[in-house]
Structures are given as C-alpha cells and as structure tokens.
Design a protein around this ligand. Structure first.
Ligand code: ADP
Ligand code: ASP
Ligand code: MG
Length: 417
C-alpha cells in the first residue's frame, strides 16, 4: 500500500491512513506500507537547499529532501501502534533500498526483502519511507520527484506482493486530469503501455518509472483514493483503476463484452520549451552538429522538426527541451553558432504539449486528423507534432492548454454524462 502527500498531510489524515491499513490487515493480508512526505514538504525542503547554496551538491540535497518521508514513516508507525497494531518503520538505508549514485534521480537496483518479510510474517506492519535509497558509497539518495510510486512498486516486486495499491487524492486514473476537465471519466482498466505513455507525457498520477518497473516485474498496480469512509468497498474489490497487460485487458473486454476505446486518455505538459534555429545549411551532418553537443551535456530533446529546404539550400530546425534545460541549451548553442552555422536562435517557453494516448491508434486511421480538425475549429495553432505507435502529441501556446484538453476530450467522445 502506498500513500501520497495529500493522504499523509497531518495527524488526522495519517490516522485515516492507519485505519485503511488496519482494515487491510484485518482482512487477512500481510502489508507493507510506503509513504510520501506530507504535501508541500518536499517543495519546502528543496527551497531550503536553494537558499543555502544555489549550486547545491546533489548528495547533500538528498540528505535534506529525504527527510520528509522519514517523518511520515515514523508518524504512521506511531499512529498504528496507538491503535493497538504492531508496526515498525524501515528507512531506505536500513532495508536497504540499494540504488545507483545518481543523486536526486537515483535508480533502484535491488531491495533486500529478508528483514521486511520476517517482520511481516511476525504480524508487524512494515512502514517504509518512499523516495529514498542508499548509494553504493553508503550515502542517502532520492529517486526524483514523485519517486515514492517507484519505491512502492519496487517493494511490491521485492516481496512478490499480490498487488500494489497506490492510494492518492483521486479515486483512479481518469481519461484526463479530473481537476482540469470536470467531464473526465474514471477508467476501470488501463494497460501498462498506455499508462506509461500517459505518465511520460504529463499525467503525474503515477511516476513514469513506477509504471515501467511494474510492467517489467509484472506487478499488479491499482490506483485508488484514500479519502474514503469506513463503509467504502475494500481495496480487494478493486474500486480504483487497475493497470493491466494487453492480454488481460482483452480477456476482461471479452468477458464484459466491452468495446475497446479508440483513445484512452489525454495529458498536458507545461514543462517544455521550444527552440528554433533558422537558416541552417541543408547538408548531411548539419543536424548532428546541433544535437551532438546537447546529448553530451545530458540535455534530453523531445520533439524535433526540420523544415523542407527553401531556396539557397537552407532550412529551419525546431525542437523542444524541458524548461529547466532551456538556459543551458541556449548557452550551448550560442557557443556553437559558428560550428553549426545558423542565422538566428528563437526560444519560447510559453508552450505546452498536449497528447492523446490509446492502443486503438494501432488499428484505426484518423486519430490524428480528428485532433488537428478539433484544434483548428477552435483556432488553436499547432507549432510541432510528434507521434509514437499509440500516441499523438502537439505543441501549442501555453495559454490554450486547458481549452485544448477540453476540446479534444469532447472530440473523441470521452465526456462523462
Ligand atoms: P500523490 O501525492 O498521492 O502522489 P499526485 O499529486 O502525485 O498525488 O497525483 C495525483 C494527481 O494527479 C491528482 O490529484 C490529479 O490532479 C493528477 N492527475 C493528472 N492526470 C490524471 C489522470 N489522468 N487521472 C487522475 N489523476 C490525474
Ligand atoms: N515527496 C517526494 C516528492 O514530492 C516523493 C513523492 O511524493 O512521491 O516528489
Ligand atoms: Mg505522486
């Protein structure tokens, strides 16, 4: 069971969480619980790091930001004990949760489950702070923002859990962020692949890495709400959204005679910035001189368009990077202006990427056409396009994000009654 920041925000909320955990144990399960820091706490700790040292050392940043989860893990164990349950906390370094040494964005390499399994077998509820781990050098690491989801899936895989329930402040995965589109519909099932695409294009309900790990390890994941009453249906009745494999979904659809949806969900991401380089020579190797140095500097490029060459054998190249990388990208390209041979660089961070995702795209034509038509009808201009097998993304003006998501939600017939 994993509980996110809003579920852990304060004594009252933690008591509610403890109640849910206790009920699950009373239903005959052995449970391990992974917790996030209280809502807003990690942001607060990050601010302290910036104030202390603008060019902070990621290893010491990890020491600071991992602290939020230590507090909630201890508080949940105390609350469970106050209810008469046996409970014990296990910090990242105690289990340990072994990670690589990429501070602030570490990857889990293994979790030693022996102590955990022994504790659970003895009837104790194991409480584990999410987000934190231990580097090969024996230092504290963190997994990147939203990383408690990944901690939970990794623990579930390590103890071979029947299920990994991710409790949050919405009761499942919706067709789009229910806080933006009131007509969003809750999905009973989503495939790993679709959830992976949705997460990677901006649905922050699950961290992307948690989904790829669940897919790789075959962990059954359910997303559900912790904001429930005592008489709410138990988690075993699957009240939330189950993340399932393609094959499992096909079976379920067959049993329920459900029709498969063309589009599963829509996500928006305001975290990108657009860079255009004009009048680049249209010759072999020109593009490599742009992206080679960016790759060397560890800057990820997302969407890329190269226009058709105009007269003089010159062309424009447009691409996107994360907003956090924009300043570094500009500095790098400025330094390389002569080598690349562009005329002007234009940067714009007032953009947003809106994506539609669905496995139905593999077998149906016209998904992109519907998207472009619907946006055009509202006068929303498309600045860049990218596609994968089950996703189409467009880059638009940031101010039009919410409108675009709503318009597309209607255009694909996904609005709830
Ligand atoms: P937690 O603190 O529990 O980890 P998060 O804030 O990380 O919670 O994720 C839950 C939030 O994700 C919801 O409050 C919702 O606004 C947002 N969200 C974005 N896209 C979706 C979606 N498709 N379905 C459900 N929630 C979504
Ligand atoms: N507390 C961490 C964060 O805010 C990890 C998490 O909540 O998943 O990013
Ligand atoms: Mg989260």
């Amino acid at each position: 069971m994993k509980f996110g920041g809003t579920s852990m925000a304060g004594t009252e909320r933690i008591r509610r969480v403890a109640n849910i955990v206790r009920r699950q144990q009373a239903a005959g399960h052995e449970v391990a619980v992974v917790v996030s820091a209280m809502a807003g706490e990690t942001d607060r700790l990050v601010t302290f790091c910036r104030e202390a040292n603008a060019l902070y050392d990621p290893a010491e940043y990890d020491v600071v930001v991992a602290a939020g989860e230590q507090i909630t893990a201890g508080l949940l164990a105390l609350t469970l004990q106050a209810m008469g349950c046996k409970a014990r906390s296990w910090l990242g370094w105690q289990l340990p949760v072994r990670t690589d040494d990429a501070h602030a964005k570490a990857r889990i390499e293994s979790i030693d489950s022996a102590a955990l399994l022994a504790s659970m077998a003895a009837g104790e509820i194991a409480v584990i702070p999410g987000f934190q781990g231990l580097s090969p050098q024996g230092r504290v690491t963190t997994l990147g923002r939203g990383g408690s989801d990944t901690s939970a899936v990794a623990v579930a895989a390590a103890v071979r859990a029947d299920r990994c329930d991710i409790y949050t402040d919405v009761d499942g995965v919706y067709t789009t962020d229910p806080r933006i589109v009131a007509k969003a519909r809750k999905l009973e099932y989503v495939t790993y692949e679709e959830m992976l695409e949705l997460a990677s294009v901006g649905s922050k309900v699950l961290q992307t890495r948690s989904v790829s790990l669940a897919m790789k390890e075959g962990v059954r994941v359910q997303v559900l709400s912790s904001f429930i009453d005592d008489d709410a249906p138990p988690a075993d009745n699957l009240p939330g959204t189950m993340i399932v494999s393609d094959e499992e979904l096909a079976r379920i659809q067959g049993d329920l005679e459900m029709e498969s949806q063309l589009i599963t969900g829509i996500a928006a991401d305001k975290n990108e910035a657009k860079v255009t380089l004009t009048r680049i020579a249209d010759r072999p190797g020109a593009v490599a001189t742009i992206f080679g140095p960016l790759a060397a500097a560890n800057i990820n490029v997302d969407m890329i368009i190269q226009n058709v060459a105009k007269d003089k054998g010159e062309t424009d190249v447009t691409f996107t990077v994360t907003r956090a990388d924009l300043a570094r990208t500009q500095a790098m390209l400025e330094a390389q202006q002569e080598a690349i041979g562009y005329f002007r660089m234009i940067a714009d961070s007032k953009v947003a990427k809106v994506s539609v995702v669905g496995v139905g795209m593999r077998s149906h034509a016209g998904v992109a056409a519907t998207m472009f038509r619907a946006l055009a009808d509202r006068g929303i201009n498309i600045q860049a396009i990218s596609t994968s097998e089950i996703k189409t993304s467009v880059l638009i003006d940031e101010d039009e994000t919410e409108l675009a998501v709503r318009v597309l939600h209607t255009a694909y017939g996904m609005d709830a009654e």
